[in-house]
Ligand binder design. Structure first.
Ligand code: EPZ
Length: 424
């Protein structure tokens, strides 16, 4: 089981190019299933992360030819497209659920097992299934399988009980080939949904309003191939800004969209981090870390839940008490007990965590439990005294391309080793 060995204490200095967004890439790869033309879908700015290869294998199993070269992915429909998602992929990656909408739109049917839950919570899909049913989809759930089908999808008004990112994306993809118009109310407003809209419109679909709580879709007869460049990863960018800040270093991130990080930059400034920006970069200068009264995660444009763990790591070194409120997921504090092993002072109660900043963190052997928790442990290890060993780094590889290389080029002392899995 691979692990990172980190020698703490080095400042990070220099600059980094941020690659494409995992949470744009995955729904857009799923949406490429809608392409019924001879032309391929060609996607640019694709990061070489583990989840890319899982989705690539799923598309292969569905009958698509998928070629990944450099940072470009080419997806070409084969002669026959299948409607069943292999079980092993559903268990491996929850985002396989994104394939329901496009397969129903393209083939009128889909069969899959329930996506696995994970360490951040049960991850239900009720909003997806309810929205699909309102589009005329019959959903049967038995023996752990979901079989969904529709003679034809009929446009309608859908009111989401919660602005779920995945449900919004799945329902957009189901509606783009439906008969008539669909409006999704209380839609999620994340930048990755705007990216999906722009991609679908490049395929010939008609989607409007992404980025607001009301998205309008006019069904079209078919969608075709196209070239498309996905947006930079705002969560990877935020993670590396925090890595610079926790080490007191000076780092510039290029090829990003700073406005996607407005809530994150505001919170970092509140925590004493000096930040400057241009239209496509952000630079962390050094600053004296201070506690923030409250860090509450919210749907976009609020502070993103995906940066709660990295920000928690940063706050373990900030003078004073910070209250963290994780309002999006039920169980997204797995990293806290690992940070405590590094002498952080944290107390967790339900969805609240109180962090009291300490002068020094101490290197320890810790476990990554999900990709953002793993990233948080790397940040703490960079600032800790002595050596840390972070186990199960495959979680981190799901969303960060070669993190040890990126941090190493900024001056971090971090090695990937294939250590023995010592955990019970
Ligand atoms: C997406 O997950 C992201 N994943 C997550 O990023 C991100 O944390 C999340 O959105 C919130 O921003 C991808 O885009 C691949 P949700 P998703 O549906 O779509 C509840 C990462 O680290 N809910 O907005 O699964 C759910 O339980 C990952 O990159 C229902 O109750 O998130 C959660 O409490 C982690 N019923 C809340 O909504 C449903 O049918 C938000 O979930 C669907 C969701």
């Amino acid at each position: 089981m691979e692990q990172f060995v980190v020698e703490g204490g080095n400042r990070l200095d220099g600059s980094l190019l941020v690659k494409g967004a995992k949470n744009s890439m995955l729904p857009i790869m799923a949406a490429s299933v809608l392409n019924s033309s001879e032309e391929s879908v060609v996607l640019h700015n694709i990061p070489n992360i583990y989840d890319l290869h899982v989705m690539k294998n799923i598309l292969g199993a569905l009958g698509f030819e998928v070629v990944y070269r450099g940072d470009t992915l080419q997806v070409t429909p084969g002669a026959e497209i299948h409607h069943t998602i292999p079980d092993e992929f559903m268990k491996e990656m929850r985002s396989s659920i994104f394939l329901m909408g496009p397969l129903l739109a393209r083939l009128g049917k889909v069969k899959l097992t329930y996506p696995g839950g994970c360490s951040i919570g049960p991850r239900p899909i009720d909003l997806h299934l309810k929205g699909l049913a309102s589009l005329g989809v019959q959903v049967r759930e038995e023996n752990g399988y979901i079989e969904a089908s529709a003679e034809k999808l009929l446009g309608t008004d859908i009111h989401l009980d919660y602005p779920s990112v995945g449900a919004t994306e799945n329902l957009i993809m189901a509606a783009v080939l439906a008969h008539g118009k669909t409006i999704i109310h209380n839609a999620a407003k994340e930048p990755e949904i705007v990216d999906l809209q722009n991609f679908l419109n490049t395929m010939g679909c008609q989607v409007r309003g992404a980025g607001t709580e009301k998205i309008r879709i006019a069904g079209v007869p078919a969608a075709g191939g196209c070239h498309y460049r996905i947006i930079p990863d705002r969560i990877v960018a935020g993670t590396y800004l925090m890595a610079a800040a926790i080490t007191g270093g000076q780092v510039t991130l290029h090829n990003i969209i700073p406005t996607h990080l407005d809530a994150v930059v505001a919170k970092l400034k509140e925590a004493g981090v000096e930040i400057q920006g241009t239209e496509d970069s952000l630079t962390v200068l050094n600053g004296r870390l201070q506690a923030v009264e409250t860090l509450r995660t919210l749907p976009y444009p609020g502070f993103p839940t995906d940066l709660q763990a990295p920000m928690s790591a940063l706050l373990t070194k900030a003078r004073g008490d910070s209250l963290i409120v994780e309002s999006v997921f039920e169980a997204r504090f797995q990293h806290m007990q690992e940070l405590i092993k590094m002498k952080a002072q944290v107390s967790v109660k339900g969805r609240n965590a109180l962090i009291t900043g300490v002068e020094r963190l101490v290197g320890a052997q810790v476990n990554a439990t999900d990709l953002r928790a793993g990233a948080a442990l790397v940040l703490a290890a960079l600032a800790a005294e002595g050596t840390s060993v972070i186990q199960h780094v495959w979680h981190i590889d799901r969303g960060y391309e070669c993190m040890e290389k990126a941090l190493g080029q900024l001056g971090a002392r971090i090695q990937r080793t294939s250590g023995l899995d010592l955990s019970p």
